[in-house]
Design a protein around this ligand. Structure first.
Ligand code: PLP
Length: 467
């Protein structure tokens, strides 16, 4: 084991330290003790590792290299919009570093202005009337939006609407949020073209339907062409339409959920609008509503602890950087990049729905997985693991659930043609390996710090403590 592969606690040597300041500096030994009541002071020393500065720097730098990030390479994880986030927006977001949620309102006029301007930017982009910025994630926004949906019906004395319709292609958070909100979930099927089947939807509609949750383009990266008819049908039965706007990137400046007929929606500022994500936060999932629901948003729309202010500021900087005239380029290039990869690989990977896609698309495994008598074929998991050996993050796999070997690729607009070409070349090489000797893939990845953990155990029982 290399020295720096050890845990930082194993590097610890009594008395070693990462600083040396004169006693007279910053208080030092002669400074009066901090006025903490003795009952609150700890009795035993804090068990911190004692290490030198260079050990600390190498420890954290090495740790950062054990993971894969969008700053180290191409990250085509479908439904996640892992685009490059301009560093200037990180710098700008530090403007909000020293404000406090409990500061008097009179001292945060500039912050309020950012929120108000973001409200109008997002209203212009989406066709909603107003937004609340309190939710801190997409799923948090879904729950907020569904609570608004519930309240809307109840406020009109319409208490029989207990069901929410969700397409079978939906992101898992949709039925989960609806269930947490106390709704019964009704699944509507997709047709062979991957779009919501209007004929299957019709018999589901009635006085017990609170609404439908949809994302458009859907998780297959396909635009729901019949959205206008779907909206008319759902509104016709007294229900509302919820738009999962986590996938808004390809539509920026092109089409607006409000114009499609949606009443409530959330956006993932941390996907589309310049906040690094994937590590569990910080995020922002503002919820927008159509005019009829504005009274339910509560006033002021920004209250409590204002959501994640720095994420909102980054998104504002991002939107202003692109401006009204350039914002649609993001979606157009994301769409072009997705179609370029799809067309370049469809002769070696199964493309179940061979149409033009939006920002992402789904393969259903390899065309030739190399399975023969006594030899197991390569699966989508094998392809995903093998990609890591070539320095690419894996696409999303086994989602959506419509296909058994789903491989969901979303390149985003921030990748150059050179990177896309390299990815395509590697994907073709992996397909060739699968056809010739699938065992190379069964063992992959060969070059990463961790190969194939038991993913359920790793997620459910992670070992987070040093013993
Ligand atoms: C990412 C995503 C979500 C959930 O967003 P979180 O911020 O992770 O809670 C919901 N729906 C879709 C379509 C998504 O891609």
């Amino acid at each position: 084991m290399r020295y720096y592969d050890k845990l930082i606690f194993e590097l610890s040597k009594p008395g070693r330290k990462g600083w040396s300041l004169k006693d007279s500096f910053c208080g030092g030994a002669a400074a009066p003790a901090a006025p903490v009541p003795s009952g609150l002071c700890r009795q035993t020393p804090l068990g911190l590792p004692e290490v030198s500065e260079v050990d600390v720097v190498r420890h954290y730098t090495n740790l950062s290299q054990m993971n894969f990030g969008v700053d180290t390479g191409f990250y085509p994880l479908g439904s996640c919009t892992m685009k490059y986030n301009p560093k200037i927006n990180e710098e700008i977001s530090t403007l909000f570093d020293d404000i406090h949620p409990l500061q008097p309102e009179s001292t945060v006029g500039g912050v309020k202005e950012v929120y108000e301007k973001m409200d109008s930017c997002l209203a212009a982009i989406t066709g909603m009337k107003h937004f609340t910025f309190l939710p801190c994630a997409g799923a948090h926004g879904e729950l907020t939006g569904l609570m608004l949906m519930k309240e809307y019906h109840i406020s009109r004395g319409d208490t029989a609407r207990t069901k929410v319709i969700v397409p079978d292609s939906a992101h898992g958070t949709n039925p989960a949020s609806a269930a947490v909100c106390g709704f019964e979930i009704i699944v509507v099927k997709s047709g062979a073209n991957g779009l919501v089947d209007v004929e299957s939807l019709k018999p589901l509609l009635g006085p017990d339907i609170a609404g439908i949750m949809m994302t458009n383009p859907n998780t297959l990266g396909l635009f729901e062409r019949e959205i206008r008819e779907i909206a008319a049908l759902v509104h016709g039965c007294g229900g509302l339409l919820y738009y999962d706007g986590a996938n808004m990137n390809p539509l920026l400046g092109m089409v607006r959920p409000g114009d499609m007929g949606f009443d409530i929606m959330h956006l993932n500022l941390h996907k589309t609008f310049s906040t690094p994500h994937g590590g569990g936060g910080p995020g922002s999932g503002p919820v927008g509503v159509a005019e009829a629901l504005v009274p339910l948003l509560g006033k002021p729309h920004v209250s409590g602890f204002h959501g994640n202010a720095a994420v909102i500021l980054k998104a504002y900087a991002y939107i202003l950087t692109l401006g009204r005239e350039h914002i649609s380029m993001a979606g157009k290039l994301a769409t072009l990049n997705a179609n370029y990869i799809k067309e370049s690989l469809k002769d070696v990977y199964k493309l179940p729905i061979p149409t033009v896609c939006k920002h992402e698309f789904v393969f259903d495994g390899l065309l030739n997985d190399g399975a023969r008598e006594g030899v197991a074929g390569a699966t989508t998991l094998d392809v995903a693991k093998r990609l890591l050996d070539f320095g690419f993050h894996a696409p999303t796999i086994y989602f959506p659930l419509l296909f058994h070997q789903a491989l969901m690729i979303e390149p985003t607009e921030t990748e150059s043609k050179e990177i896309l070409d390299e990815f395509i070349e590697v994907m073709r090489k992996i397909a060739a390996e699968a056809a010739e000797d699938p065992d190379i893939l069964h063992q992959a990845p060969h070059d990463t710090p961790i190969g194939r953990p038991d993913e359920t155990a790793a997620a459910r029982n992670p070992i987070l403590q040093y013993r």
